[in-house]
Design a protein around this ligand. Structure first.
Ligand SMILES: [Fe+2]
Length: 210
């Protein structure tokens, strides 16, 4: 994604301001001591994380609704705890974007335009299959968050602090998921699977080589 800093897309009140890429622009106030270019860069990174977190929250709810089989109720409930935590992260990220002078965009069309990954791969499936696939989802979200921490930290410790706290929570959530598909040797039953479908199949059979 790229961000431009022109005023060309400033519109009348009530319209959304977006650059050509759909990235919200910085066109208002910003915190004292931050240059416009730095604020625009921060908004760019945080907007990407906003998309990732909104997608994660929706995916967690999808899984919450589509679990079947042994372990249903406990996982059904614990996924809702993760949904609530992720929704807090979404709100905090959007409000940081606004604080930086950007325009947070959490609309469905923006989400599907901006993300560079496909929808979650499973519909109704057994608990272990979903958790194998969800582990892969967390791999992606956490990797992107960690990259954003490195970039944002060069410019703004406040935004960096926000992302670091979220990263710690996300890694904890992934451990909760992994603990369900881990054997007593500490191996994940999803093995080295790279895709959600492969991880789901391996975790469901309990065979890392499946
Ligand atoms: Fe529910």
């Amino acid at each position: 994604m790229t961000t431009t800093s022109t005023e060309a897309n400033t519109t009348e009140a009530g319209e959304r301001n977006e650059g050509e890429s759909g990235t919200p622009e910085v066109n208002r106030f910003r915190p004292s001591g931050l240059s416009k270019d730095d604020a625009a860069s921060l908004v760019d990174h945080l907007s990407g994380r906003l998309v990732g977190l909104i997608d994660l929250g929706l995916t967690l709810k999808h899984i919450h609704w589509n679990l079947v089989g042994p372990g249903f109720m406990s996982v059904h409930k614990f996924l809702d705890q993760q949904v609530e935590g992720v929704r807090v992260m979404v709100d905090a990220t959007a409000e940081r974007i606004a604080t930086l002078g950007g325009i947070p965009n959490g609309l469905p069309g923006h989400l599907t335009r901006e993300r560079d990954w496909d929808d979650y791969a499973l519909g109704r499936a057994v608990v272990s299959a979903h958790l194998g696939a969800l582990d892969k989802v967390y791999d992606g979200v956490i990797g992107d968050h960690r990259s954003a921490v490195a970039e944002v930290g060069q410019v703004d410790p406040v935004s960096e602090d926000l992302l670091i706290a979220q990263l710690g929570e996300l890694e904890l959530y992934q451990w909760f998921v992994r603990a369900h598909i881990e054997n007593t040797s500490g191996q994940l039953m999803s093995g080295d699977a790279m895709t959600e479908l492969d991880a789901a199949a391996a975790a469901a059979t309990g065979d890392p080589l499946a």
